[in-house]
Design a protein around this ligand. Structure first.
Ligand code: FAD
Length: 381
């Protein structure tokens, strides 16, 4: 990487770290209690260009490469995961289809507003009957003249209640299975798109998820992303890049948990000495740090491969699988080190523990990541 780029990334990292510590962290409990994101934090993210971090400069974004984006998301992972979801779903699964696969017309029409954060993006693949088996879609797209008509329901859609633009994956020919699936760019205001009820979640407070319904929803034919019938391949690409972002956030969260745990262990005195002087605590910290470093290495390797133009489906799955499982183990140990204080909301470890859980589920469960990885290994050998 050229030295100028390294300097720019260092500056960006410092800027994000300051934003996290001075502005997001102080609002974390408020986000948790109110289950909503304060508008001034959305405004600040816009000012910092975070909504456009992965959108090319020619469309008004910062145009970070995959490594740059991973560095930013790792820093953001150190703070409230619900808040960060708004930005990462927008810049990741919400934007990747448009940035990497859409026509120039669609890019010019939508990306500038998305880069500025004036239009929020979401990705709608999951359905009640199509979770891990994402090819089993019931949402249908039927061509009528110069429009596609969408009918069906998506659920658990991150940013759904606040999104202006959806990448929707629908079946245009069920008989063709994965080859009969197409990706569409659907605006919130297209007739027939209905935003459903918001989900109440275990964690990720402030991150909005909901059902999205399509009732004879009309989508202009030019709003197909990529080619008709290639929507499943597009979804895999979008998810592949999203998984690296998710791994980066998990690594950032682990770093924060380690710092909080080490600091607490040095302060907390039992049996007349800091609990940090016990080897049992030291070993937990050692395992937390070692696994986090390994997760970072896997995540960065996948990001570098994207920047080198290589296929990363397997590596992205490895990074996501390992980082999300490490996040859960690290959060568990952090709670243990904090004792009873780890179980109450006075310390952020309790929140990180709940927020860690979803990372083993969304953007493909751990079981599905193992399935993807093993398929590659069996095909390669
Ligand atoms: C907070 C949140 C946000 C989300 N955001 C989005 C979003 O923005 N966009 C979107 O499209 N979706 C989103 N999702 C959906 C998410 O991606 C799915 O929940 C996830 O892919 C799992 O699907 P499922 O819930 O239907 O579980 P299921 O597929 O029903 O799986 C249930 C269990 O069975 C296991 N299982 C299934 N098949 C196999 C198999 N072949 N082998 C072994 N085990 C298997 C799974 O691993 C899991 O443990 C979100 C979900 C949540 C909770």
């Amino acid at each position: 990487m050229p030295a100028t780029m390294v300097n720019e990334l260092d500056q960006m990292k410092t800027m994000i770290r300051n934003f996290v510590e001075n502005e997001i962290d102080p609002c974390a409990q408020q986000i948790e209690d109110e289950d909503t994101i304060p508008q001034h934090l959305v405004k600040k993210a816009k000012e910092l260009g975070l909504f456009g971090m992965s959108i090319p400069e020619e469309y008004g974004g910062i145009g970070l490469n995959a490594v740059g984006k991973a560095i930013v998301l790792e820093q953001l992972g150190r703070t409230h995961n619900g808040y960060v979801s708004l930005i990462s779903a927008h810049t990741g699964i919400g934007s990747t289809g448009l940035v990497k696969l859409a026509s120039e017309t669609l890019k010019q029409k939508y990306l500038p507003d998305m880069a500025a954060g004036n239009k929020i993006a979401a990705f709608a693949l999951s359905e009640p009957g199509a979770g891990s088996d994402a090819t089993n879609l019931s949402t249908k797209a039927v061509k009528q003249g110069d429009k596609w008509i969408l009918n069906g329901m998506k659920h658990f859609i991150t940013n759904g209640p606040v999104a202006d633009i959806f990448t929707v994956i629908a079946s245009n020919d069920k008989s063709k299975g994965a080859k009969g699936i197409t990706a569409f760019l659907v605006e919130k205001d297209f007739p027939g798109l209905i935003v459903g009820k918001r989900d109440k979640k275990m964690g990720l407070k402030g991150s909005y998820t909901c059902q999205i319904l399509f009732e004879d929803c009309e989508v202009p034919e030019e709003n197909v992303i990529g080619e008709v019938g290639m929507g499943y391949v597009s979804a895999l690409k979008i998810l592949g890049e999203g998984r690296i972002g998710l791994a980066a956030r998990a690594v950032g969260s682990c770093e924060k948990l380690i710092e909080m745990s080490a600091s607490y262990a040095k302060e907390r005195v039992q049996f007349g000495k800091p609990i940090a002087s016990n080897q049992a605590i030291q070993w937990m910290l050692a395992d937390m740090a070692t696994e986090t470093e390994a997760a970072r290495t896997l995540m960065m390797k996948a990001a570098e491969m994207i920047d080198e133009g290589k296929k990363v489906i397997k590596e992205a799955s490895m990074a996501k699988l390992f980082a999300s499982e490490v996040f859960n183990r690290v959060a568990d140990k952090a709670v243990q080190i904090h004792g009873g204080m780890g179980y109450v909301s006075d310390y952020p470890v309790e929140r990180f523990y709940r927020d860690a859980r979803i990372t083993k589920i969304y953007e493909g469960t751990s079981e599905i990541q193992r399935m993807i990885i093993s398929r590659h290994i069996l095909a390669e050998n």
